[in-house]
Design a protein around this ligand. Structure first.
Ligand code: KG4
Length: 333
């Protein structure tokens, strides 16, 4: 079954053709990151407008690269939530028109389910059940994946997402947007151990996260240093900050696995590309005897194939939409 998949929830316009959920025939991504870097973050209206401009051309490219004509497409999948609503609606409208024109089923896919499904492409042997740690620019959650379409959120951030925190920290250090990768490069130049960051606990919900204290703390450290003229050891700051984020993520993932009895842990989302967090996950999983799946770096960020992969399983579960399908800024997994 060949699925034409669309993703435009943030600043990547992505179109892909995926066969039977696991084989990527094409995966075309147009990133707007450079455009938004000028403003230090994503400007929603600019994002939507750019999606509108490029989505048709990307679709042609995705079909060509997959060696497909429109007649070969069996279904259309689209990331319909969560995301910047103006941006989400571009792919939703386009996908609806495609499905309508081709007379094929329309499959709505939750963006975070897509991030998790990126691992099905990378690891053909991977099957639920497992525990997923989904860490991206807009979301941070621990998810029990009992089956391909049976997902339960065990813990989520109460405020900022981990990626948002990296972006903010990078900004105060004068690094470009998106800040995760530049922060990682800086952090890897130091052993750290210089700066202390707060550790957050959410009373009665030990698997929930809170990153706002960490974010404020890094902003204050940078501003205070600037005002007082004190030298800031930027690599050490990046290292200690990254370690603080990892210390929020990894122990909670281990605790969630212990509580649920899952022995397979899967990482997903843009922040899962971080070398320090990956290393900590590896060490902790090895110690606990868990099997760990870390997506290849290129599959961590937003792309269309992840929507096509999850779309296949949504279709098998009967989750298809009619022509009233809408997009949503927020939605439970
Ligand atoms: O999953 P993603 O591409 O988009 C969303 O669905 O949000 O994640 C983007 C986020 C950004 O905040 C970016 O700074 C962060 O992932 N990111 C990283 C790294 N690469 C990307 N964060 C930490 N370390 C990285 N190497």
């Amino acid at each position: 079954m060949k699925i034409l998949a669309f993703e435009s929830t943030c600043d990547e316009t992505a179109v892909s053709v995926v066969e039977d959920g696991r084989t990527v025939l094409s995966d075309i991504i147009a990133s707007q990151a450079q455009m938004h870097a000028l403003y230090g973050g994503v400007v929603p209206e600019i994002a939507s407008r750019h999606h509108v401009e490029v989505i048709s051309q990307l679709t042609e490219q995705a079909l060509q690269e997959a060696n497909c004509t429109r007649a070969d497409i069996d279904a259309v999948a689209v990331a319909y939530a969560p995301g910047l609503i103006g941006a989400v609606l571009v792919a939703v409208s386009f996908a609806k028109s495609m499905a309508y024109g081709l007379g094929v089923p329309l499959i709505p896919v939750h963006h975070i389910r897509g991030h998790v499904a990126a691992n099905y492409i990378a690891f053909p042997e991977l099957k639920p059940p497992f525990l997923a740690l989904a860490i991206s620019g807009g979301n941070t959650m621990l998810i029990d994946v009992a089956d391909y379409t049976d997902l339960t959120v065990l813990g989520a951030t109460r405020d900022d997402a981990a990626g948002e925190c990296f972006d903010k920290a990078a900004r105060v250090l004068g690094l470009p947007y998106p800040g995760g990768k530049p922060m990682e490069d800086l952090a890897l130049k130091s052993e750290g151990g210089v700066y202390k960051f707060p550790h957050a606990k959410v009373t009665d919900c030990p698997l929930d996260f809170s990153f706002s204290g960490l974010k404020t703390s890094v902003v204050n450290l940078a501003h205070n240093a600037k005002q007082s003229g004190a030298a800031l050891d930027e690599p050490a700051l990046a290292r200690d900050f990254t370690q603080a984020i990892s210390n929020e993520l990894v122990p909670r993932a281990m605790e969630a696995a212990r509580k649920t009895g899952r022995t397979v842990i899967v990482a997903a989302g843009g922040v899962a590309a971080n070398a320090i967090i990956r290393g900590d996950l590896e060490k902790s999983c090895e110690k606990a005897g868990y099997t760990l799946y870390l997506p290849p770096l290129k599959s961590c960020g937003d792309h269309g194939a992840m929507i096509g992969a999850q779309g296949f399983y949504e279709y098998l579960a009967g989750n298809v939409a009619d022509m009233t399908l809408n997009g949503f800024a927020t939605m439970d997994v």
